[in-house]
Design a protein. Structure first.
Length: 166
């Protein structure tokens, strides 16, 4: 078993306030999709308020910027949830709810098992990815890097499109 877990951050700019008709389907699906994540094999943690709301966390000046952060056992566990569960149905509709982002909006990185990242740590990883591209310290599904205690398997694995903020 690895001494590391996979952290992920994705951000998105919503097209309207969460209580607007534009965001109604997204808002209505959140509890179900978050519960699905929490039941998924390999799920470890997600950023949320004490009452379970991640959309209420608005750490930036732009109040329309949503933050989604979680920790998973490994890339495969997160990939299965993102691309092979009901989550994918909501993800396919992301353009209805979120503005197109001109830069990377998702980053993956390895953390020591049991570590729960904070927003400054996660944003630093996203900035690292934006500045340097994919590498062992900050990467995407398309160029996933192995945990530091795993043998390198070449350039990484291609798992598909990045995940939107959900």
């Amino acid at each position: 078993m690895s001494a590391y877990e996979l952290a992920q951050l994705n951000i998105g700019i919503i097209k309207a306030p969460m209580d607007s008709p534009v965001m109604a389907d997204f808002a209505a699906a959140l509890a179900r999709i978050n519960a699905l994540a929490e039941r998924s094999p390999g799920y470890r943690w997600r950023l949320q308020t004490p009452d379970g709301d991640a959309t209420a966390i608005r750490p930036f000046e732009n109040e329309n910027l949503l933050v989604n952060m979680s920790v998973w056992r490994d890339v495969d566990a997160l990939r299965r949830y993102v691309y092979h569960s009901e989550h994918v149905d909501l993800m396919r509709r992301r353009r209805e709810f979120f503005e197109r982002m001109p830069q990377a909006f998702l980053v993956l990185w390895w953390v020591p098992r049991g570590h729960r990242p904070d927003i400054p740590e996660a944003m630093a990883r996203l900035e690292l990815l934006r500045e340097r591209g994919s590498g062992p310290q900050a990467f995407t599904f398309r160029e996933a890097w192995p945990a530091p205690d795993e043998a390198p398997a070449g350039r990484g694995a291609d798992f598909g499109d990045e995940c939107p903020s959900t």
